[in-house]
Each structure stands twice: as C-alpha cells, then as structure tokens.
Design a protein around this ligand. Structure first.
Ligand code: PGA
Length: 252
C-alpha cells in the first residue's frame, strides 16, 4: 500500500519562545525530509519563525484565526494578516478552542472560508470527548463536525487537512489504540469522499493526541493516517525531531 507524503505539525499551544524556536529549528532544519513539517507557535512568534526558516521547506502556521476579516474586534488576527506574515496553514477548531473559547462547527466553517480566501491551508481539528467516546457516539460527532464545517465549500484536497484528535487522548499520555485510530480514520476518509469526491485522496488526515517519539511510527503505519499533530512532545526539540524522522521513513 502506498501512502501519501506525511505531514507532521507541532502545536506549541501557549508555550515556547525564542529559545524553543532556536532549539527546534536547529534540530530539524538539516533533516532531509520526505515528510512535510510544520510548526504552529503562538501568534507573536510567527514572524520570527518565518524569518529563521526562510529558504527551508518547513512550514509555519497559526493555532487559530479570526472568523472576521477586519474591523472592531479587539484581540483578533485575520487570515489575511497571517498570510501576509508568511503563514502556510492554520489550525481551526482545536478541542481547546471548542471547550475553552466556545467555538462550534459554524464558527469553524466561517474560519475555513476565511483561510481559503486568504490562501492559508486550514487544518480542521475534530474529535469526540470521553463521554461521547464511552457512549459510542464518535461517528455521530465526527459526522457532524465534518459535514457542518465542510459541506458545500469550494474545496480541493490540497487546500485542506483534517486532524482527528480524540479529546480524551490529548495531553493524557494515552494515545488512542491503533485499532481505534484505524477505524476512525477509515470513517473520516469515507466521509471526506462523500463531501469532496476524488479530491478526498489529496487530503492529509492527521492523528493527534499523546503522539510521542515511541508511538509515532506505529501510528503513521496505519491506513489513512497521513501525518501527526503533536502537542506536548513538540516542546522537546529532540523528541520532535525523532517524530519527524519517523514520518520520513514512510514510503510514499
Ligand atoms: P498532545 O496534544 O500531543 O500534548 O496530546 C495534541 C494537541 O492538542 O494537538
């Protein structure tokens, strides 16, 4: 089975700074990647990171974008602004945004539209919480997240990426089992096929939730796992470099 070139994205959340930028770039910039690598630092570090990574294929992204284009929206940052400072991608609808900042599928949909207009690749994060998982509602939740966010949008596979992050696996040290990941990624692929048709083949579907250097290769070997979204482990430059190296081994 041939796989698509994987995408590994570091989500630094509300962590990091100039020291982490220097250490992370030093540990990955000279690896010769088959995989695509991206880093999403806090907004204020984006320009600095873009600057350091000039002439490198490593991508830079944001962890969020505004659903507004411009105007009196104190504290917001638009997709257009992020494009202007060099962002290649943005995370949309991370579970922490959904839980803490009350984002929903409708606001995520607006953000995806903004990102597409600006030319910033949206990485749409979806996933069920523990209660939903235990009640067997995973498919229902993901179905709604995917369809309410994406149905009817003008999408091609290359402009979109999905990250499946079961909320119960984020930051817990317990990644979803390979069986669960395989089943859910197959389901996501089928739904993307229903939404996008053959363009679904171009969409990288990432797994996120307690990805570590020790489980990266196993996760990447699963059908329809086309990359990883890495939180905690991306704050350790050596560990992140090893995860990138695991992605590099995937035969495409
Ligand atoms: P984690 O976070 O790798 O620390 O579990 C992943 C994420 O929230 O994107």
């Amino acid at each position: 089975m041939s796989k698509k070139s994987p995408l590994v994205v570091a989500n630094w959340k509300l962590n990091g700074g100039t020291d982490l930028i220097a250490a992370s770039v030093a540990s990955i910039r000279n690896l010769n990647f088959n995989a695509r690598i991206g880093i999403a630092p806090p907004y204020v570090y984006i320009s600095g990171l873009v600057n350091v990574l000039r002439n490198s294929s490593i991508m830079v992204g944001s962890q969020n974008i505004s659903k507004f284009e411009s105007g009196a929206f104190t504290g917001e940052t638009s997709a257009q602004m992020l494009k202007e400072v060099g962002c290649d991608f943005c995370l949309i609808g991370h579970s922490e945004r959904r839980q803490v900042f009350l984002e929903n599928n409708q606001s995520c949909r607006t953000k995806v539209e903004r990102a597409l207009v600006a030319g910033v690749m949206p990485i749409v994060c979806i996933g069920e919480n523990l209660q939903q998982y235990e009640l067997g509602l995973t498919r229902d939740i993901l179905y709604r997240q995917l369809h309410q966010t994406l149905d009817g949008l003008d999408l091609t596979g290359e402009t979109l990426c999905i990250a499946y992050e079961p909320v119960w696996a984020i930051g817990t040290g317990k990644a979803a089992s390979p069986e669960v990941v395989a089943e859910v990624h197959e389901f996501i692929y089928q739904e993307l096929d229903a939404i996008l048709g053959s363009a679904a083949n171009e969409v990288n579907i990432l797994y996120g939730g307690s990805v570590k250097k020790d489980n990266a290769a196993e996760l990447l070997a699963i059908n329809h796992v086309d990359g990883l979204l890495v939180g905690g482990a991306s704050l350790d430059p050596e560990h992140f470099a090893q995860i990138c190296a695991a992605a590099n081994q995937v035969e495409s």
